[in-house]
Design a binder for this molecule. Structure first.
Ligand SMILES: [Zn+2]
Length: 746
């Protein structure tokens, strides 16, 4: 038990921010005494993060390019370590050796109908001091593209997602043997070369259309925050939906002894060469194309007629990489808890960037550092968390979640045993608190958001979030937002360092960050730097402070609880929605196929087609069989029963009896693990979680109940039936774990 109260003199020190403890509201999972103590410590904690420190750390960390393998990446890790130590934290660096390709040769040239050589350079901007550090900047490229040297006609494929290729089929255009040019957006970038290769393309260019984040969206840099003509979005194209992390060491930490695959056997490299380009470089290529005019939804904001091709533009794409192994540096700090030292609450944000990375990731990194400093200061005042806090500053996130994945794989068994929660952040700007993650934490994080003040509106960030949602929701949802005690949180797909924790290990996870008010087009370019961030984002760092307060409060509130504040009623209710969604998905697909087959029979496609613009009618498809959703409904019924029973027991039990609650806490930590199966999802065993996963064809975008949902989307009816049975069993297993926890409270 930890009922130490802060010393009275500190009340004077923290002045008005120190609210009287007698008014402290009840906290989920706390006895009245523990809630009072916790409230006082939290108020003290939230007074600590300083906007000046956030500013200074950001300036220091973003002063030079700091990608994996660069001198400044290592210097930053060592500097963060030195700060942690200076504050009195027990910290160290853990290293891993990972495959990290960097470009040796990059050529994009049009060889017909006229010659044009792409620049592939981002120029210095005079007012922006770090934009001139060309010697240390990584060239513009997509990491984990294979080497290649191809010359072929160009085909424009819009976002390059599967639906775009169905449209191309209707237009009678094939990408077989072609180089595709796709625009950024509509999916995670790694999906574009993957789908292109599946359709027989031999190369892939990805460009930033001004429609998405250039002049169509707003004024361009340096007059405004959006992408200038020569700005390029770097980024990884590793096949992360198969497995993230070092391509050579799937499932194990990439330490010195790890067994490594040969590069030729790595599954997550692309199948074809791929390179990102600016709209300055893309415009001449797109302007030289003929063929059908692109469908309306495919047109971007360049001053040209968008055409699909193929050709007559022919492009030569040549790429060669240095296939080096680089060291990555994770900084890990540990704040030991007592008495429950072996229960871990883990927090992370990455420190590496593509270039200077002031926004991505450092605006989040600096908030994490202020939290760590805050806890070091509280410890000196006598605070000791009940559980152990582990603060992680990851390296190698940008290339493929390398630092977090290798660390999670290295500590696989300990984490599965000890970790109660993981909280991630990755970048921060102004606006509303974004909350996404495991629905067993939905109630908990709503509670935290109620206690954080919006620095501009001076109201709880929860309230501001709710009011904004009411004003933006469709009429049918407004009432629910008004009435439901908790704001719904989104589910997590992939795209940041929570992936190994939630998807591989089954640890309840959250991703937090403020945003929604600042747009921008400097993502993964040399212009994501201190100048841009302080001119166009949270330049006074008040939302950086809010992030430190939010994530820090969540960390300490989870760590200090008498009974871990998971809740399963919101979780079960959310699963109800997912089960409804997959049934509706089957119905919609079935109806669409029936209707399309009928129209083919009637000759509707041929009759409607303009004879001067030949199109190909879609092929007839077999009508899907009925699926048996009963196992999913049975699993859900068991889950709902367990959740309600646990909730009743939770409300009744007295929280001041550690001898009784502690065995329940130990059970609760394992409950989220119940959502995993050791052999994972179909075709991707690394993804063990059966409820949350990134989509095979969306990349970052989440697919909930992924085994079932993706089988239906891909019309694999037999597999869909098998997956329904499998996930139904997982829900029953989860229900049994929750029932056991409830029994411990009754
Ligand atoms: Zn990031």
């Amino acid at each position: 038990m930890n009922l130490t109260r802060p010393l009275a003199c500190l009340t004077l020190l923290f002045g008005a921010a120190f609210a009287p403890a007698a008014d402290a509201p009840a906290l989920r999972g706390y006895s009245p005494d523990s809630a009072r103590s916790e409230h006082d410590w939290e108020v003290m904690f939230r007074a600590i993060p300083s906007t000046q420190n956030l500013h200074d750390y950001l300036q220091r960390l973003s002063a030079r390019p700091h990608h994996v393998g660069s001198p400044y990446d290592k210097e930053n890790a060592e500097w963060i370590l030195s700060k942690f130590k200076e504050w009195g934290l027990d910290a160290h660096i853990e290293t891993f050796d990972v495959l990290f390709p960097t470009p040796k040769t990059r050529v994009v040239e049009m060889v017909a109908p006229q010659h044009f050589a792409a620049k592939l350079e981002e120029p210095t901007v005079a007012v922006d001091p770090t934009s001139s550090q060309h010697d240390e900047q990584l060239p513009t490229y997509n990491a984990y593209s294979i080497d290649g040297d191809v010359t072929a006609p160009l085909v424009y494929v819009n976002y390059g997602v599967p639906a775009d290729y169905e449209q191309l089929d209707r237009l009678g255009v094939s990408v077989k043997g072609a180089i595709v040019i796709a625009r950024y957006g509509g999916s995670w970038r790694g999906i574009k070369p993957k789908v292109a290769a599946e359709h027989g393309a031999v190369g892939c260019l990805i460009y930033s259309d001004p429609h998405e984040d250039g002049y169509y969206a707003g004024e361009v840099f340096p007059q405004g925050p959006y992408r200038p003509k020569d700005g390029v979005q770097r980024g990884s194209v590793m096949d992360m939906p198969s497995y993230p992390g070092d391509p050579l060491t799937p499932g194990v930490g990439a330490d010195a002894n790890a067994k490594r695959l040969a590069i030729k056997d790595a599954q997550t490299l692309t199948k074809i060469p791929v390179l990102p380009i600016s709209y300055g470089d893309a415009q001449p290529l797109l302007a030289a194309m003929t063929g059908p005019v692109a469908p309306e939804a495919w047109r971007g904001a360049l001053p040209i007629t968008y055409r699909v091709g193929p050709g007559p533009a022919r492009v030569h794409l040549k790429l060669e990489f240095n296939w080096d192994t680089k060291k990555i540096y994770d900084v890990i700090a540990r704040i030991p808890g007592s008495p429950y030292t072996d229960e871990w609450i883990v927090r992370g944000n990455h420190h590496d960037a593509w270039v200077n990375g002031a926004d991505d990731p450092l605006s989040g990194t600096v908030a994490l550092m202020e939290e760590a400093r805050g806890f070091a200061a509280l410890q000196k005042q006598g605070w000791k968390p009940k559980r152990t806090l582990i603060y992680c500053v990851w390296d190698g996130e940008e290339e493929g979640l390398l630092g977090s994945t290798e660390w999670a794989e290295e500590h696989d068994q300990e984490l599965r045993r000890h970790a109660a929660m993981y909280i991630n952040s990755d970048s921060n700007s102004r606006g509303f608190l974004g909350m996404a993650g495991s629905h067993s934490l939905e109630k908990f994080i709503n509670g935290v958001a109620r206690d954080i003040e919006d620095p501009e509106k001076k109201m709880p960030v929860w309230k501001r979030n709710q009011l904004a949602r009411i004003s933006r929701s469709p009429a049918s949802e407004r009432d629910e937002v008004r009435r439901r005690p908790d704001l719904r949180i989104g589910a997590l797909g992939s795209g940041s360092d929570y992936t190994a924790f939630i998807d591989h290990l089954g640890i309840a996870s959250l991703n937090l960050g403020y945003g929604g008010e600042d747009g921008g087009g400097i993502y993964h370019s040399i212009y994501d730097d201190f100048y841009w961030y302080t001119h166009f984002s949270d330049g006074d760092f008040i939302y950086g402070r809010a992030l430190a307060q939010t994530a820090g409060t969540a960390m300490m509130r989870f760590a200090d609880a008498d009974l871990l504040p998971y809740d399963f009623t919101n979780f079960a209710e959310t699963i109800r929605r997912y089960v409804d969604e997959v049934q509706k998905l089957w119905k919609t697909e079935s109806d669409e196929i029936r209707e399309r087959n009928k129209e083919i029979e009637e000759g509707a496609f041929t009759a409607a087609a303009d004879p001067r613009k030949p199109t190909v009618p879609p092929p007839a498809e077999t009508q899907p069989p009925f699926l048996n959703f009963a196992p999913l409904e049975n699993g859900l019924a068991a889950l709902t029963h367990g959740a309600e029973r646990y909730d009743r027991a939770f409300r009744k039990v007295a929280m001041d009896q550690p001898g009784r609650l502690q065995p329940v806490n130990e059970k609760l930590i394992q409950v989220e693990r119940g959502l995993t199966l050791p052999d994972g999802l179909p075709g991707r065993p690394w993804f063990e979680n059966q409820i949350y996963a990134p989509g095979m064809y969306t990349g970052y975008g989440v697919k909930t109940l992924p085994g079932v949902r993706e089988a239906i989307e891909q019309k694999q009816w037999k597999e869909a039936d098998e997956q329904i049975a499998r996930v139904g069993k997982v829900l029953e297993k989860e229900a049994a774990l929750i029932e056991q926890a409830a029994a411990g409270l009754e």
